[in-house]
Ligand binder design. Structure first.
Ligand code: NAD
Length: 473
């Protein structure tokens, strides 16, 4: 058995581990990264953010083909997806990203082991290497970042073979004639957009009274309105608590739910996809040997620098159950690394984390939204429609708006939501403004190039400013 010693070992090679590991290695620490998957990248690269957006890009282009005549183009033929080519494109992009990740790791001086790690004690890990043999790694510091996995559902039939998880849906082996999605969160809405565009009749069953209940209600209205307007074959049933899934033969499923009135209802489907959240990936790891007790959701409890109760063990990323987003994991990983290096004399300010839902229209949000106004009488909400933007008119997509919650006393930006074309790009400026405690005035006074979509944000700020002198800040 190999015995290795280092300063820092990571469990996992995704966004929760690698950015911090590279910073530590560049700062002279001997760092070993243990990753059980095909390469560095984690769920984000192999089964999450990247594959889903590759396919959604194709879906967007397919929808656009049908609109060519609006842009003065004649002679186009309606396209249809070539699944094999699409999967090849995905594989090529993933391979390029993995190569890039390994090259960056090599440059930083990381040692990458392919295998599955577990705690033997707080300082020692056993690693079952991909080749079959075992290694032991002793480290002064451990970064435990095993990520998350799709949550199951404790109902009959949920674990039947053939029920899709998001990872299965992203294999894109088939385009089912109909798909029932259990859950109405991010994953449901993105995959409904994808499969709906590919021609699948999609039905989303969401237990809560609203689709995307984490989002501002006005924003979600725009999404559902555009699905209807563009005749995307997606039906949303809210207040539908799924209680049973049954297989009735090949490509024939039934999903039974209790509707908002408490009545039992059943829908048939060629496929069923479970998208009811993600759980910290803690099941295969012996945390008790490390002296760590898991929280009620199976998460690893951490403090503001992502340190567990065992001071030399850190747990950035999805495993701590705080914000399950790749870019939040990256940030947490770097905070942990800076703490390990002794560079953080005080805890960092709370992270301002934007999120983007890659539907059509895109949804992006950061900070407070309209639901926070009730508890903050000094805050105001200002909205600016895409229809007022020159670039949106040129792009031919006037659906949507940006809205800003701001403090009428200080002029500070508290939150921004954008629903519409390129929303995910527009949210960066808002995130910067909130992170650096900027005012509405500072955005309005920044020159935004014309004609760009970014002017939606400057016009929004100007509109807020015109509502009160405080915004000038
Ligand atoms: P989610 O938590 O966003 O939504 C799950 C939904 O399932 C909830 O609305 C819940 O009420 C519903 N639900 C639970 N049990 C149900 C039942 N029995 N019947 C009907 N509905 C039920 O989870 P998700 O969409 O699976 O996403 C998982 C995670 O992945 C999220 O934490 C998200 O942060 C991340 N993610 C992010 C992106 C992005 O950033 N673009 C995209 C996809 C996923």
């Amino acid at each position: 058995m190999n015995a290795l010693a280092c300063d820092v070992v990571t469990i996992g090679g995704g966004p929760g581990a690698t950015p911090g590991a590279e910073l530590l290695a560049r700062s002279g620490r001997r760092v070993i990264v243990v990753e059980q998957g095909e390469g560095l990248g984690g769920t984000c690269l192999f089964q999450g953010c990247i594959p889903s957006k590759i396919y959604l890009e194709t879906a967007r282009r397919l929808r656009e083909l049908g609109q060519a005549h609006r842009f003065g183009i004649v002679g186009t033929v309606a396209g249809r997806p070539d699944l094999a080519a699409l999967r090849r494109r995905k594989a090529d992009i993933l391979a390029a990203r993995v190569r890039g990740a390994h090259e960056a790791a090599r440059r930083a001086g990381l040692t990458v082991l392919r295998g599955t790690a577990d705690f033997l004690d707080p300082h020692e890990l056993t690693v079952r290497l991909a080749g079959g043999e075992d290694a032991r790694v002793t480290a002064k510091t451990v970064i435990c970042a095993p990520g998350s996995r799709p949550a199951g559902l404790a109902i009959p039939g949920a674990d039947l073979e053939g029920v899709w998880s998001s990872a299965d849906a992203l294999e894109l082996r088939e385009v089912p004639t109909s798909l029932v999605i259990v859950g109405g969160g991010y994953i449901a809405c993105e995959l409904a957009t994808l499969y709906g565009t590919l021609g699948t009749r999609v039905r989303i069953l969401e237990a809560l009274p609203r689709l995307l209940s984490s989002e501002d209600p006005g924003v979600v209205e725009v999404l559902v309105g555009k699905w209807a307007e563009e005749e995307l074959p997606v039906e949303v049933v809210v207040g539908a608590r799924v209680e049973r899934i049954a297989s009735l033969g090949a490509h024939t499923w039934s999903v039974t739910y209790r509707d908002a009135a408490g009545e039992e209802a059943m829908v048939p489907a060629a496929r069923v996809l479970l998208a009811v959240g993600r759980s910290p990936n803690t099941s295969g790891i012996s945390f008790q040997r490390a002296g760590i007790e898991l929280g009620p959701r199976g998460e690893v409890p951490v403090n503001d620098v992502f340190q567990t109760r065992v001071p030399h063990i850190y747990a950035p990323g999805d495993v701590n159950g705080r914000v399950m987003l790749a870019h939040a994991a990256t940030w947490q990983s770097l905070v942990a690394a800076r703490h390990i290096l002794g560079q953080l004399t005080e805890p960092p300010p709370p992270a301002v984390v934007p999120h983007v839902i890659f539907t059509d229209p895109e949804i992006a949000a950061v900070g407070a939204d309209s639901r926070d106004l009730a508890t903050h009488p000094g805050w105001r909400l200002t909205r600016w429609p895409y229809a007022g933007d020159a670039r949106a008119r040129i792009v031919g997509d006037l659906t949507g708006f940006a809205q800003m919650v701001w403090d009428a006393g200080t002029g500070r930006v508290q939150g921004v939501q954008v629903v519409g074309h390129d929303a995910g790009e527009l949210i960066a400026e808002a995130t910067h403004a909130i992170t650096h405690e900027e005012t509405v005035g500072s955005i309005a006074q920044t020159i935004h190039a014309h004609p760009t979509m970014n002017e939606v944000i400057s016009e929004l700020a100007a509109a807020a400013l015109s509502e009160g002198p405080q915004g000038a800040g």
